[in-house]
Design a protein around this ligand. Structure first.
Ligand SMILES: [Zn+2]
Length: 627
């Protein structure tokens, strides 16, 4: 459900090494049972048709929605009942498709569910304007007079909150029409980069000749041979540099579309327009960037450690993806992965742990890769059922971590579903990745405690540091770049390849300490912005950083409290309340109530403490080894 990268498995091995667990492939505990949602395809089709047949009941409410509290309640019941049935049908269709993407019928069902959804949404499009026209006072009075409206209080309040940015119906109709054009920049970029950009060929030190597509670049930028890495970087970015005029024009088109939306909806800035959807204060965004700038010395300290471990004189930007420690040379059995995950989350309480343990044994997870199955991992849910996790488990440590990550999403869904009515069960993205990264953090802490050798410790510590470098500083840089290019457009300065590359290179050098000699950033690397699809997503990437920051702060608090004498549970309970709150309150407020105010420097300071602590631990091991 979220676009935040669910650990897309570019590990080529994952898709083929069925062998190890092939035998358990048919164990019913290790596969999804989609008949829990519908006993047959016919039942699915009937459910879709029945829901669509109810759509005219929504039309019948038009013009009468706010006649009385009872009327509003009845209409919302109809609306959410259709929504729930179509959502479940859509979840089933996409899970069914993901299990075997080669089946034409599965794709058809997805399309059928999508079309039913579109029919429903266009039939219900008048609801929002009608509520807004009634006004906050009227809606408030209806809620006060009709207790059955209580579950709808937050969704109704949210619609009214956004009223100042909703236009009259004719303007709304015009704006809706522009949707056909507003993604042109992204569409052009996607087709160009995926189908037409002539990716360069390089010959590696092994004699192997490779075409550096995006996937190959991701693989070979981690090459062990430094000469290879340099070759990969200079060829790949050199090629991108030849096309920054085209890609700059595409990005400009996209940002101009955001600016059009900002202007028509009367926001002061594009960032405020984008953050308004989840009611996130702008201060969260600006605080993140200020915190990053105040903590460059920690990033530089990490880069120094990396240089030392790699045994090179001067670190370059092309050295940042190469492995600095040996990976686990062992694999993990599914039972071990479960146990490690359950041990890690036990600090969240017996109920959390036992619920997940039970889920593992009752079809929550479809474990193994199979021909045609979607790659990567995710978690989804249809309200009133149970979470469903897709995994492609082959026994690598990264996949144990993916199990912990997705189990965070699954438990979030489970707890919110159990506590909330349908209207507020779905949680906002701003908190979604907190629940998953917190579990990754707990797994890291628990694995570190269990580690028996320094090699194992170095691997865990090193992975944790790489993770903090990429999610906080790399994504933070992208967030800062995104803010700056929107501001340029707001001030009437169009974007082009030249000014985008100049700005990106300036930020890259500032972040990585180029002028202080910390890490050398070559001119060619300034084209990296042209490679990042997320810059088209309208202020999305900052959430990668805020999620990890919030998760570190929460995990630290929960662990400390559990280790105290006597142990306490206040922080843990506050966190679990946040998970159970679904979308019954705003994301920023929920996190704040759980003890993390993302508009203040405290959470980032906790993350930096964690990063420095991790560097200390690695340095101690290195000192012991006389390195
Ligand atoms: Zn996730």
């Amino acid at each position: 459900m979220s676009r935040i990268a669910h650990r897309v498995a570019f590990l080529a091995v994952a898709a083929v090494s069925l062998g190890a667990f092939g035998a358990t492939d048919v164990d019913p505990r290790y596969v999804w049972h989609l008949d829990e949602l519908y006993p047959s395809e016919a039942a699915w089709t009937k459910a879709v048709n029945d829901a669509v047949a109810d759509v005219p009941k929504i039309e019948a409410c038009r013009g009468k929605l706010t006649e009385s509290g009872a009327k509003l309640f009845d209409c919302l019941q109809i609306y959410y009942a259709i929504d729930r049935r179509l959502t479940q049908a859509g979840v089933y269709a996409s899970m069914n498709y993901d299990l075997d993407t080669r089946v034409g019928r599965a794709q058809q069902m997805q399309e059928q569910a999508r079309q039913a959804g579109t029919t429903f949404l266009s039939a219900a499009a008048w609801i929002r304007p009608e509520l807004i026209a009634a006004g906050a006072a009227k809606i408030g009075a209806l809620i006060a007079a009709e207790p059955r409206l209580a579950p709808y209080k937050q969704p109704l309040a949210d619609i009214v909150r956004r009223a100042p940015h909703v236009l009259d119906s004719e303007s709304e109709r015009l704006v809706a029409e522009t949707a056909r054009m507003s993604n042109a920049g992204q569409a052009i970029r996607d087709v160009f980069v995926n189908a037409e950009l002539p990716y360069p060929k390089v010959t590696l030190s092994s004699g192997e000749e490779v075409t550096l597509t995006a996937a190959a670049y991701t693989k070979y930028r981690a090459a062990v041979d430094r000469g290879d890495r340099l070759k990969v970087f200079t060829s790949f970015w050199g090629r991108y540099n030849e096309y920054t005029r085209t890609l700059g024009t595409a990005l400009n088109a996209q940002i101009q579309a955001h600016e059009f939306s900002r202007k028509t909806r009367k926001f002061d800035s594009c960032v405020e327009a984008a953050l308004d959807g989840d009611n996130i204060p702008k201060g969260v965004y600006t605080e993140l960037i200020a915190d990053i700038h105040a903590n460059f010395q920690t990033l530089h300290r990490y880069l120094g450690l990396r240089r030392r471990m790699m045994g090179i004189d001067k670190l370059g930007y092309e050295d940042l993806y190469a492995p600095i420690v040996q990976r686990y040379d062992r694999t993990f059995a599914p039972e071990e992965a479960k146990t490690l995950t359950l041990d890690a989350v036990s600090v969240l309480g017996k109920e959390y742990r036992d619920t997940l343990a039970n889920g593992f044994e009752s079809g929550w997870v479809d474990w193994f890769p199979r021909p045609g199955k979607k790659s990567g991992a995710y978690s989804t849910i249809a309200y009133g059922t149970h979470p469903f996790q897709l995994q492609n488990f082959t026994g690598l440590y990264d996949e144990v971590s993916a199990l912990a990550h997705e189990s965070g999403h699954s438990m979030h869904s489970f707890l919110a579903d159990r506590a909330q009515p349908y209207a507020t069960h779905d949680y906002p993205i701003f908190v979604a990745e907190v629940a998953s990264t917190l579990n990754e953090n707990l797994l890291f802490g628990s694995m570190l405690k269990k580690a028996k050798t320094d090699d194992e410790r170095l691997f865990l510590l090193g992975s944790h540091l790489d993770n903090l470098r990429t999610t906080l500083f790399r994504q933070g840089l992208l967030a800062e770049f995104e803010l700056a290019i929107h501001e340029m457009v707001e001030h009437g300065e169009p974007l082009n390849g030249e000014n985008l590359t100049a700005l990106y290179l300036k930020l890259l050098r500032e972040y990585y300490g180029h002028d202080q000699g910390v890490c050398d950033v070559k001119d060619a690397y300034g084209a990296e912005w042209a490679y990042i699809p997320h810059l088209y997503y309208n202020f999305y990437v900052y959430q990668y950083a805020t999620s990890v920051v919030a998760a570190v702060k929460l995990a630290d608090g929960i662990r400390d409290e559990a280790a105290a004498v006597p142990p306490a549970t206040a922080k843990r309970d506050a966190y679990l309340r946040m998970l159970a709150a679904g979308s019954s309150r705003y994301a920023y407020d929920m996190l704040k109530e759980a003890g993390v105010d993302m508009a203040t420097p405290a959470p980032f300071a906790a993350a930096m403490k964690d990063m420095n602590r991790t560097i200390d631990a690695m340095e101690q091991i290195l000192a012991k080894r006389g390195k």
